[in-house]
Design a binder for this molecule. Structure first.
Ligand SMILES: [Zn+2]
Length: 428
């Protein structure tokens, strides 16, 4: 009998010893631990250390006690298949500084959230590697708690990040909710530290305005290069806010636009040929035409060569697109400009409407395109392209509910390179 009692005491002491080693806070002591009646969870009661004053959660200063609220459960990192909870009855203080009765602040928790900070950081780290749903499943918790964890970590990160000197930014948009809605993403482009700076709802002037407000005049006035696509609200605001910066039209977006136009020509012509009962020579040509010719395999080369013998609008549009690639080989803005003008002149005479539209748009934005060469090709929009692809993967992983808030958090979490809250211990 005595032995059983002793070993039970020994176990109890060990768990608290470990907690004191990894999750210890001044002013509080781990008092007692026990299994819940269903044997699924371990509960550890926490008490204020004798004589230590509670901290007011509003002014973060010690204040005299007022009363104590009912015990709350704070979820800690699970251990060996058991849920672990810290039990603590929050004190309220009568804070003279704040002139109010306020709930105390405890170092292991964040406001009303039910998870401990340590557990939130733990879950949030996993939520960067797995989808939120998978994270919830792996740790037998709910999607909402994973959301809470990421929200806590991202909020802390945004409050504590340093913006520093930002020389170059890239502005991009991304579609979500089955393509019906847009997000505006602003990246900080820098060697080695390209990161997501800002996420905005929609892609309007008003939403993009939010970026300039969030960054502040000091940061904005130092920006020397801005890379964006041809979306008019972006262009307008950039002209207004960063008149000193060199504004570069994004190479990646120009190529994407051109591919879209070519695809339109192809689809249209395929339909027409079918309607007229002609041989389906354009069948399965889509990727052949959209991929860069130097990325094609041998047999695709043969097929392409075969296709190019036909006198089709699609073929002519393809040749125009391929010819345009040469632009990026220029180093001098003057020669690049001459090439661009000549290409636009030819294309305007092509009688292929989607391509003419592109040429028209390129003419309108001639100076911004040439800025790419004026910036000596230093600003590679490929970085932004890469991040944008990552952003799309992130969106897929956070799914669950495709609300704006979820996406915003997920994007900051995986691409923002945000600092993480300090932890008493590295819980892996
Ligand atoms: Zn106070």
């Amino acid at each position: 009998m005595v032995e059983v009692f002793a070993s039970a005491r020994f176990r109890a002491m060990e768990l608290i010893t470990i907690l004191n080693r990894c999750h210890r806070f001044r002013g509080f002591v781990y008092h007692h631990d026990r299994f819940t009646t269903d044997n699924k969870s371990i509960e550890i009661s926490v008490r204020p250390r004798k004589g230590s004053a509670a901290i007011c959660s509003r002014c973060h200063q010690p204040a005299p006690g007022y009363d104590q609220l009912p015990e709350r459960r704070f979820e800690f990192i699970p251990l060996w298949g058991f849920f672990v909870f810290l039990l603590y009855a929050m004190r309220r203080v009568d804070c003279r500084r704040c002139g109010a009765v306020v709930v105390e602040e405890v170092p292991w928790a964040d406001g009303k959230r039910t998870l401990t900070k340590a557990y939130m950081l733990f879950l949030a780290r996993w939520a960067r590697r797995l989808s939120w749903k998978e994270t919830a499943q792996a740790f037998r918790t709910s999607w909402e708690k994973v959301f809470d964890a990421v929200e806590h970590v991202v909020t802390w990160g945004l409050e504590h990040r340093t913006l520093g000197q930002i020389d170059a930014i890239g502005v991009d948009e991304i579609q979500y909710a089955k393509g019906h809605k847009y997000l505006t993403l602003v990246y900080h482009i820098d060697i080695g530290v390209t990161r997501l700076l800002w996420v905005g709802k929609e892609r309007t002037i008003e939403s993009f305005q939010g970026f300039f407000t969030a960054m502040g005049q000091q940061v904005i006035s130092n920006i020397a290069f801005i890379c964006s696509d041809m979306w008019e609200p972006y262009l307008k605001l950039i002209r207004e806010k960063c008149s000193e910066a060199l504004h570069i039209l994004d190479r990646f977006h120009i190529v994407a636009k051109m591919n879209k136009a070519l695809d339109e020509v192809r689809a249209d012509e395929t339909r027409r040929m079918k309607h007229e009962g002609r041989a389906p020579v354009l069948r399965k040509s889509r990727w052949l035409l959209l991929r860069r010719s130097d990325h094609l395999r041998d047999e695709q080369h043969f097929r392409l060569r075969d296709l190019l013998r036909y006198n089709l609008k699609t073929v002519r549009a393809y040749l125009l697109k391929e010819a345009f690639q040469q632009l990026w080989d220029y180093n001098s803005p003057i020669w690049a400009g001459k090439f661009l003008d000549e290409w636009c002149r030819q294309t305007m005479r092509s009688r292929i409407e989607p391509m003419k539209k592109i040429a028209h748009s390129l003419r309108q934005h001639r100076e911004l395109i040439l800025n790419y060469f004026r910036a000596q090709k230093l600003i590679s929009s490929g970085v932004v392209e890469g991040l944008n692809n990552k952003a799309k993967v992130t969106m897929g992983k956070s799914y669950g509910f495709r609300t704006y808030r979820v996406l915003e958090l997920a994007l900051y979490h995986s691409l923002g390179k945000l600092p993480e809250p300090e932890s008493t211990h590295d819980f892996f």
